[in-house]
Design a protein around this ligand. Structure first.
Ligand code: ATP
Length: 362
């Protein structure tokens, strides 16, 4: 069931409108053959609209779509060779698990023997080998979602499209099933486009992802690129945590001065001077030891115990508090709300974001 043909998906200037409203604006990127690619963004940013357009359920108002070298703009959904898995399972309640999976294949002219081989194979792949005779109502939520996945892969689509397929499951099951989905995708080598608003899930499961906001694709990259080198403040805030603090570029763009007068070294500024925001991830900061020099002087405003770490918020006299995560065993008991602390910058320089419209957009 390996997929060797060119099943890349190319979006070229895709714009999608609902009446006068633009839901997706100028989406242009290529998803490579065999890639697990995620559309990530907050509710309403246009992820589902984009996925449904690739599936052929919506029509773009401009731009073009290709699978491999074939332009699919004029192909109806059922001829695009895609399999869909939705958030709300669409299982036929009156059919057994086996018949549910066989359903999509029956319309195709294949022999009884092949039908049996393929349905059994798909069920085995989602670990439901012994469940063919069950009725869907006698399955757990996770098992039902596996049936839906089996039904999508049994037709051996060139591209698998998944819209928040795990959203209805509890947290533990979601993590387990997403590992299974990833493993299955790698075994099949099937190009997969996955929609989620869960940044942790997106980082964990994807080869690459596109971060969307307000109908725009802000950045496409590997999980590492997106987390470590966000191009927009929105991306940095949505994927990961930290303090994002207004500042002024100075010294030819090598540092940024905060409202409290502290100058912080910054990386890759787009300008030599002017207003910006700096981004400080928790892992870029640590508490100063007694007597140690530190870049920031502040006051602890909150302390919460997270198990392996203690989370501290520290007021340094600017708009936002710094966020620190200290290994629980190393966090001094004295670091309590109201207590003065020094905060050391661990990284050589920090992310900086121009105050352009995209950076401001939430
Ligand atoms: P969610 O995670 O909540 O599903 P999403 O990122 O998938 O959100 P979409 O469902 O694609 O977002 O919606 C994008 C925008 O298009 C939203 O502003 C939404 O209100 C609008 N929209 C979606 N479907 C329709 C429709 N059928 N008619 C009109 N507007 C729509």
């Amino acid at each position: 069931m390996q997929n060797h043909e060119d099943s890349s998906v190319t979006l070229d200037g895709i714009q999608i409108r609902y009446g006068g409203n633009v839901a997706v604006e100028d989406a242009s990127f290529t998803i490579e053959s065999g890639e697990f690619f995620t559309l990530l963004g907050p509710s309403g940013c246009g992820k589902t609209t984009l996925l449904r357009t690739i599936a052929g359920f919506n029509r773009q108002s401009s731009g073009s779509l290709r699978i491999g070298t074939v332009t699919i703009d004029d192909l109806p959904a059922h001829r695009r060779d895609t399999g869909m898995v939705f958030q709300n399972y669409a299982i036929f309640p009156h059919l057994t698990v086996w018949e549910n999976v066989a359903y999509g294949l029956r319309a195709r002219k294949i022999s009884k023997d092949e039908l049996k081989v393929r349905v059994d194979e798909a069920l085995a792949m989602v670990d439901l080998g012994g469940y063919g005779d069950r009725m869907p109502r006698n399955l757990s939520g996770g098992q039902q979602q596996r049936v839906v996945i089996a039904r999508a892969i049994v037709i051996r689509p060139r591209v698998l499209l998944m819209d928040e397929p795990l959203a209805n499951l509890d947290a533990k099951l979601r993590v387990r099933l997403r590992n299974d989905v990833r493993k299955l995708q790698q075994e099949l080598g099937i190009t997969t486009i996955y929609v989620t608003h869960d940044q942790e899930e997106a980082l964990d499961i994807s080869d690459r992802l596109a971060v969307m906001s307000n109908g725009r694709v802000l950045q496409v990259g590997t999980p590492e690129e997106i987390y470590a080198s966000p191009q927009h403040m929105f991306v940095a805030k949505f994927v990961g945590e930290g303090a994002f603090i207004p500042a002024q570029l100075q010294d030819g763009g090598t540092s940024a001065r905060l409202a409290n007068g502290v100058a912080v070294p910054v990386r890759l500024p787009e300008a030599a001077s002017g207003p910006c925001h700096i981004g400080l991830r928790p892992e870029e900061l640590r508490l100063a030891n007694a007597g140690e020099d530190s870049l920031f002087a502040g006051t602890v405003v909150s302390r919460s115990y997270l198990g392996p770490q203690v989370q501290l918020r520290v007021d340094i006299g600017v708009e936002e508090t710094l966020l620190l995560r200290v290994p629980s065993a190393e966090c001094p008991r004295s670091a309590q709300p109201g207590v003065a602390v020094g905060v050391v910058l661990v990284s050589a320089d920090v992310a900086v974001f121009a105050n352009d419209a995209a950076a401001e957009r939430e």
